[in-house]
Design a protein. Sequence first.
Length: 242
Amino acid sequence: MTRFLASVRDASEVRLALAAGADVVDLKDPAAGALGALAPDAIARCIAAVGGRAEVSATVGDLPMEPEIVRAAVAAAAATGVDYVKLGLFPGGDPDACLDRLAGMIPTVRLILVLFADAAPPFDALPKAAAIGATGVVLDTALKDGRSLLDHMPVARIAAFVAEARARGLLAGLAGALKAPDVPKLLKLTPDLIGFRGALCRNGARGARLDAEACAAIRALIPQEQRAPANAAAPHLAPSLC
């Protein structure tokens, strides 16, 4: 089942996302880059607003790929109590060494690596992600200029990404300026989640506030998981991604 991830920047947006039925609440500051980080106190307010009704992920910012900087940021994000920490592999520096430095923190940190269709790392990141014990990978876009993931990569290559991630035991997510017409195409690839920001906002602008109608429209395109009654025995669930 593909899950609906909504990126939010504050507690009021958390409430809008949850009201629309978001499966995963992703905490980031859209004004601070592709994966801008929220301050710890803002993360705490968002976690309180979620109240356990969804899983929570948080980005660590658009960081230089320097091992000690990355390790400190990942540790700080994990300490806030989010379910998952999202790290983008940005151009420059030494992303391979950064991942080596993080290997010792796993599995105490559930790490999601964000790879960019418009700025691929200079090594094969999926085997590396699996080797260090990362939980999953998300394919996104680094440059937020209105072009979407599908503008940068054909569906066949996206499908191959999802298939390889699964084959390596990684959960696979897709994001990157995605819009409503993109959803049916991507659902056919059966990713573990599809993430949105701009499509959930007023006038489709990722820096604007979330809009309840826009959130509901995206939710309606992604079939929802059937939830068991409260008194029913819980089935075994596969790990989820955010």
